[in-house]
Ligand binder design. Structure first.
Ligand code: FE2
Length: 207
């Protein structure tokens, strides 16, 4: 019997319906009433100010809901149950025709996206295989090629309903294709464990 081993996969966690409809609606209302800043690279992408979740009751409640998920996800990344903190949160309001360019999140271990409004199927978040490094210099991305986890260059979330959470390692590059639907609102955040201890060499991350 042949066996295929997925040797070094990158985890991505989907937690459908993490936010209750009430909390999701409260977040949308708060974001629509907040002071907004435009994105440097897209005229149709807006953010509220980067928030410290400890300074906002609603964002604090949302951050607390993500903690058990961060703990579980952290076990996949570090093999240990760690104390996780959401250290910053911000919002993304993507108007029709806007997009979010390819980026990753620095100074963070796990990042997350909470979806607050429906996304057009063509405008779901796309995660991109880390460029360079260990891949063949030849690719075979043709119309006829069967694409799977071992040869795909990109992974698009198949669906993201309002209230859903997605967690991914902060180094993983991602983007949002041009929004072909209505206004699309998400909350994004970065999270860190309070410390990592490797054979007594301890690195502590404190606010
Ligand atoms: Fe991002």
């Amino acid at each position: 019997m042949d066996q295929i081993e997925p040797l070094f996969p990158i985890p991505l966690m989907r937690s459908p319906g993490l936010l209750s409809p009430e909390l999701k609606d409260a977040a949308v209302a708060a974001i629509r009433n907040a002071r907004i800043e435009s994105n440097l690279r897209s005229d149709q992408l807006f953010h509220t100010e980067v928030a410290d979740p400890r300074s906002n009751k609603l964002f604090q409640e949302i951050a607390e809901l993500t903690i058990p998920k961060l703990v579980d996800f952290g076990v996949l990344l570090f093999g240990e149950t760690l104390r996780w903190t959401v250290k910053e949160m911000w919002t993304n309001m993507l108007e029709t025709g806007g997009n979010q360019t390819l980026h990753a999140h620095a100074n963070s271990f796990v990042s997350g996206i909470l979806y607050l409004t429906p996304s057009h199927p063509a405008s779901n978040t796309v995660f991109v295989r880390p460029p360079g490094g260990f891949d063949f210099s030849f690719r075979h991305h043709t119309r006829s090629a069967a694409v799977g986890p071992y040869n795909a260059g990109k992974y698009m979330l198949p669906e993201a309903e309002p209230g859903d959470l997605v967690l991914f390692p902060s180094y993983l590059y991602h983007e949002v294709p041009r929004n072909q639907g209505g206004q699309r609102i998400t909350i994004a955040f970065n999270a860190i464990p309070d410390h990592l201890d490797c054979w007594g060499y301890r690195v502590t991350f404190a606010p």
